[in-house]
Design a protein around this ligand. Structure first.
Ligand code: F6P
Length: 360
């Protein structure tokens, strides 16, 4: 009898820990006597005749747990996009579903594990409802999915921000400057909050707590008057002013993306205070590099749990980290629910208690 087969793919933005999930999937599937086929470039790998696949093996998964990115490649947009840039749901065209379905039948897949963010989980749900044996593994460095207490990649992103702040402190102090550091976080300020606290920022601006430029300028001046001549400000890319204004930039392809809030703050606060100011946008540095130990372990655990769900045929579910355990939740209950920073949560209170301003 031929061995059962699992298909696996990584979809959406890359993130440290994806390869750890792949390693976890391969090793535990092998234990069960299952084969694993990796689709290249996310769901797109399902479209060519016979699929664009590579078998996962002992050799090609050896040593990958420690590395960032994804050995399978990934796609942010493509034929399977089920969430528009503005967050609206999109329906995957029937002919795309039909081609993917033929591929999965031809490859004789008993389960398909999709590792991705909210948009990819939404795609997985549409495929599950169309009859595909889908299992989801949530991924985002932003850590903003309600259905899981933690996603891998977040800890690595926070470590990157912390390291950057440690480096920027010395320049800020030497030159008595305000340094504005823009970090990722479109809807939620988790990276800014955790990275800002760990890296000893003086001001943290997040989407959940609208800020006032006057308050930020006052805080910089107050610090100056007290003898603290340098200030480190961390701002999430999705932070908004008390007037509800968010900052976007148009790319060469005409697409509007979040960006520019750091520059705007630097310009406005320098203008109001006369303080010499510089901006640093960390951008994709936060998504690259090796995963931290925590993200490696979380990735491995998610991969192993996903295989368990596949063997139990619990299709339409997604792995989820809750109370130190990896469990499962229905994908349908997990998508489109963001986990945001509650302005009155304990961590914000802790930050305020050690003198961090939120510009409010
Ligand atoms: O979802 C993670 C994220 O890192 C966001 O914070 C950021 O805006 C986005 O991805 C950038 O994605 P890309 O530039 O790769 O499309």
């Amino acid at each position: 009898m031929s061995r059962k087969r699992i298909g696996v793919l990584t979809s959406g933005g890359d993130c440290p820990g994806l390869n750890a999930v792949l390693r976890g999937i391969f090793c535990s599937a092998e234990e069960q006597g299952w084969e694993v086929l990796g689709f290249r470039d996310g769901f797109e790998g399902m479209l060519p005749d016979g699929g664009d696949v590579i078998p996962l093996t002992r050799e090609n998964t050896a040593g990958i747990m420690q590395t960032g990115g994804t050995i399978l490649g990934t796609t942010n947009k493509g034929h399977f996009t089920s969430k528009a840039a503005g967050g609206d749901r999109m329906v995957i065209p029937d002919e795309v579903i039909a081609r993917a379905s033929k591929t999965c039948r031809d490859l004789d897949l008993s389960a398909i594990i999709a590792i991705g963010g909210d948009g990819s989980m939404s795609t997985s749900l549409q495929l599950y409802r169309a009859g595909f044996p889908m299992i989801g593994v949530p991924k985002t460095i932003d850590n903003d999915l309600e259905a899981t207490a933690m996603t891998f990649g977040f800890d690595s992103a926070v470590a990157c921000v912390t390291d950057a702040l440690d480096r920027l402190h010395t320049t800020a102090a030497s030159h008595k400057r305000l340094l504005v550091v823009q970090v990722m976080g479109r809807h939620a300020g988790w990276i800014a909050l955790w990275g800002g606290i760990a890296g000893a920022a003086d001001i943290i601006l997040i989407p959940e707590i609208p800020f006032s430029l006057e308050k930020v300028a006052e805080e910089v001046q107050r610090r100056d008057a007290e003898g603290f001549k340098s200030t480190l400000l961390v701002v999430a890319e999705g932070a908004r002013t008390q007037h509800g204004q968010q900052f976007r930039k148009q790319s060469a392809s005409g697409e509007w993306r979040l960006g520019g809030v750091g520059e705007m703050i630097a310009h406005e606060v320098e203008h109001r205070t006369g303080k010499e100011t510089r901006t640093c946008v960390l951008g994709h540095l936060q998504r690259g590099g090796d995963p931290t130990s925590l993200d490696r372990i979380l990735g491995i655990r998610f991969g192993v749990k996903a295989v368990q769900l596949a063997t139990e045929e619990k299709f339409g579910t997604m792995v989820s980290y809750q109370n130190q355990d990896v469990m499962e939740v229905p994908i349908a209950e997990a998508i489109h629910r963001l986990k945001r920073v509650a302005p009155d949560c304990q961590l914000v209170g802790t930050a305020r208690a050690v003198g961090i301003s939120f510009g409010d």
